[in-house]
Design a protein around this ligand. Structure first.
Ligand code: CTP
Ligand code: MN
Ligand code: MN
Ligand code: MN
Length: 375
C-alpha cells in the first residue's frame, strides 16, 4: 500500500455505485464548471464527452474535502486530461477560460433556453437554433409546428423554470395520495427522484405507485388522471400503458434505459395559498393581482407491479449517473439490470428482490442509501 496523501483517494471506486456521494459536498466551484461543460457537450450531441465530464464532477463530489492542489487528485478515477486542465486553471486563476467562453456563447445560451422547454430535446432545439430561434418567445410567432407537449412547455415555461420546493412536492404527494385512494383501495405511493435523495428542490416531482396484490395496479393511471382532471388539477398529461412482458424480455430484448411501466408525464395545477404566506409579495414590486393563485409543476407518475417495486424504486431514485453506473457495473458482472428486473446472463435466470438492499447484494455492492446516491 502507498503512503502519503493519495493513499485514501486511491481507493475510490471508478463506478459511481461504489461510492457514497452526499448532496452537500466541498467542490461546488469545480463541479459546476465541469457540469457546464457536460451540458454543453450534450448540446453538441457529444454524449461520450458529456458523460466523461459528469463522471469527473461526480468523483469530486465524493471527496471528503475541498481540492486545493493538483497533487491531491493523484490516483483518482475518471479525471482525464481535459478535466485536469480545467481544474488546474480554476485552482490557479479562480476560473476556467473554456468554461466562461462556453457559458457566454450564443449557442450554449440558446440551447439551454430551448431544451429548458418541456417536451424539447437537443435534436429539436438544434433544428430550431439553426432556423434562428433563440428563445421560447420566438416560437410563439414562428411557423414552427409544436406538438402538444411542446405547446404546454411553451405556455408554462416561466412556471416550470422555477424549481419545485420540497413543501410543494409534499403537497402534491397529498393530492396524488387522495386520487389513488379514491380509485383503488390499498394502493401505495412513494416519492422517488431527487426528493428521495434529500434534495430540497427539483425540476419535477416523481412518484411510484403500487398495490400489495400483484395485478390490482393494472390500468390504475387512467382512473387517477380522470379523478384529477375532474377537479381541474391537471394542465397537461400524457399517459402510456405498461408494455413490459417478462417472458418476452430476455434474450429477445435486452433491457434498455427506458422502462416500460404504465406512466403519466403531467403538469399539475398547484393552488398555492401557502406559497403566498411563505413569500409575501414585495410592496411595489409585484401586485397581489398579478400573482397567479397557482403554479404549474411537472409531475411523473409511474405504476409498478409489486414484484418489480424494488427495481423500480432503485431505478427511479437516481441520480442519473448513479443509475448509469449501476447498469454498467451489472453488465461487467455478467448481469443485466433495468427498472423492472435483474437478469443473470450466465445462470440464465432472473434474480428476485423485494428491497433495494437485496439488489445491491445480488450485484456484490455495498448498500448505498438514497441520500448518498447524489453522483
Ligand atoms: N428516469 C427513468 N426514465 C425516464 C426518466 C427518468 O428511468 N424516462 C429515472 C432516472 O434514472 C432518474 C430518475 O428517474 O434517476 C429521476 O429522474 P428526473 O426526475 O429526471 O431526475 P431527478 O434526479 O429527480 O432530478 P430533479 O430533481 O431535477 O427532478
Ligand atoms: Mn468543450
Ligand atoms: Mn425528478
Ligand atoms: Mn422525473
Amino acid at each position: 500500500a502507498k503512503s502519503g496523501p493519495s493513499a485514501v483517494t486511491n481507493t475510490m471506486g471508478a463506478y459511481a455505485c461504489q461510492r457514497k456521494t452526499p448532496l452537500e459536498h466541498h467542490n461546488a466551484v469545480l463541479t459546476d464548471a465541469l457540469l457546464l461543460l457536460a451540458e454543453n457537450a450534450d448540446f453538441c450531441t457529444n454524449e461520450g464527452r458529456s458523460v466523461a465530464f459528469k463522471r469527473a464532477a461526480s468523483v469530486l463530489k465524493a471527496l471528503p474535502g475541498p481540492v486545493r492542489r493538483m497533487e491531491e487528485l493523484q490516483g483518482l478515477p475518471c479525471l482525464g486530461e481535459h478535466c485536469q486542465r480545467v481544474i488546474k486553471e480554476i485552482l490557479e486563476h479562480g476560473a476556467s477560460s473554456e468554461v466562461e467562453m462556453t457559458r457566454h456563447s450564443e449557442h450554449y445560451q440558446a440551447m439551454k433556453a430551448l431544451t429548458g422547454i418541456f417536451g424539447v430535446g437537443v435534436k429539436t432545439a438544434e433544428q430550431w437554433h439553426r432556423a434562428g430561434i433563440r428563445h421560447p418567445a420566438d416560437l410563439v410567432s414562428s411557423e414552427h409546428k409544436l406538438n402538444r407537449a411542446q405547446r404546454a412547455g411553451v405556455e408554462y415555461y416561466e412556471h416550470l423554470r422555477v424549481p419545485v420546493t420540497k413543501a410543494e412536492a409534499d403537497r402534491i404527494g397529498e393530492i396524488v395520495k387522495r386520487a389513488v385512494d379514491a380509485v383503488l383501495l390499498g394502493a401505495e405511493i412513494t416519492l422517488t427522484g431527487g426528493f428521495r435523495r434529500g434534495k430540497q428542490t427539483g425540476h419535477d416531482v416523481d412518484f411510484l405507485i403500487t398495490h400489495p396484490d400483484e395485478g390490482r395496479e393494472e390500468g390504475l393511471l387512467p382512473k387517477v388522471v380522470s379523478w384529477l382532471e375532474a377537479r381541474d388539477l391537471l394542465l397537461y398529461q400524457k399517459t402510456n400503458k405498461n408494455s413490459y412482458l417478462e417472458a418476452k424480455e430476455w434474450p429477445a430484448r435486452p433491457p434498455s434505459n427506458m422502462d416500460r411501466f404504465e406512466r403519466c408525464f403531467s403538469i399539475f395545477k398547484l393552488q398555492r395559498p401557502w406559497a403566498a404566506l411563505e413569500e409575501p409579495p414585495q410592496s411595489g414590486e409585484r401586485g397581489a393581482a398579478e400573482t397567479p393563485g397557482w403554479k404549474a409543476v411537472r409531475v411523473d407518475l409511474v405504476v409498478t407491479p409489486v414484484s418489480q417495486f424494488a427495481f423500480a424504486l432503485l431505478g427511479w431514485t437516481g441520480s442519473q449517473l448513479f443509475e448509469r453506473d449501476l447498469r454498467r457495473w451489472a453488465g461487467q458482472k455478467g448481469m443485466s439490470l433495468s427498472s423492472h428486473a435483474l437478469y443473470d446472463c450466465e445462470q440464465k435466470r432472473y434474480l428476485r428482490a423485494t428491497s433495494e438492499e437485496e439488489i445491491f447484494a445480488h450485484l456484490g455492492l455495498e448498500y448505498i442509501p438514497p441520500g448518498e446516491r447524489n453522483a
